[in-house]
Design a protein around this ligand. Structure first.
Ligand SMILES: [Zn+2]
Length: 269
């Protein structure tokens, strides 16, 4: 349960585009990798970097990014997997205490954020974002001050989604909280103020909507409307993929709030 559960071996600059003070500094740390699994860790990190480099806006802004890999060995392999969420009950001893099942949700994976931030402060004081990559093939991850991801094949998608929250302050664009078709109540119509996040809005006025400069004059606003606010809108997109408009349903509500594209990484993994 402490940093005595492993060792910090070293820090490597794996993507270097110049002075840290002038770059977006991304720090990756591993948890649940035993010393004899560090080669796997290097590959897991590289896989993530390759994916990130192919994803907008990182592809266009790659020269602005530095990436640091901190190598840490843990006493045991994997992550805690509580039986309360249907897990195996595994309780490995790891450096950051990675665990699934935060707040009773299996995929919600957490680590000891304070240890991660302290380590980043020590090793890469210019850090802008921290990712703890956890050596477990079970699907899981989470955003926040420290992003967390398992090594599940969809892990890099989880991380990039979570980076939308952590690094850029984006909202979830899901039009449901518990899932479409869940029969959830209390998520029919958003009635709050204009949200602060740049990717959701209650404003469908072409001249004032916050991403208006990206909307083609020929695209209708709103671009989709949900005819039954008790559930998610089942209609397919009426416009080609990549069209920017105002699509009803976002930030856990079926109606009354809009997202900028029909589908994107903040809506679906
Ligand atoms: Zn999210």
């Amino acid at each position: 349960m402490t940093t005595s559960d492993g060792d910090v071996i070293g820090t490597t600059v794996v993507v270097n585009h110049g002075l840290p003070s002038q770059r977006w500094s991304f720090v990756v740390m591993g948890d649940g990798y035993r010393e004899n699994e560090l080669l796997k860790y290097y590959y897991d990190v590289q896989n993530f970097i390759d994916k990130l480099k192919d994803t907008g806006p990182f592809d266009e802004l790659w020269n602005a990014v530095n990436i640091y890999r901190i190598d840490i060995s843990s006493t045991d392999s994997g992550a805690a997997d509580p039986v309360g969420c249907g897990g195996t009950g595994a309780m490995p001893t790891t450096y950051f205490d990675a665990s699934f099942c935060d707040a009773g949700i299996q995929r919600a994976m957490i680590v000891n954020n304070l240890i991660a931030i302290q380590l980043a402060n020590d090793r890469v004081p210019e850090w802008d974002m921290i990712l703890v990559l956890v050596n477990s093939s079970i699907y899981g991850g989470r955003g926040g001050a420290v992003a967390v991801s398992s090594t599940h094949p969809s892990a890099s998608e989880i991380v990039i989604h979570e980076m939308g929250h952590t690094a850029f302050g984006l909202a979830d664009e899901y039009e449901s909280f518990a899932g479409c078709g869940s029969g959830e109540v209390g998520h029919d119509v958003y009635s709050g103020p204009e949200p602060v996040e740049p990717n959701v809005t209650i404003d469908t006025n072409r001249s004032t909507i916050k991403w208006g400069h990206l909307i083609d004059p020929s695209t209708p606003l709103p671009t989709t409307s949900n005819s039954d606010c008790t559930q998610c809108d089942p209609q397919p997109s009426p416009v080609p993929q990549g069209t920017v408009g105002a699509f009803e349903g976002a930030r856990y509500f079926h109606c009354g709030i809009y997202r900028p594209e029909f589908d994107c990484k903040m809506r679906a993994l």
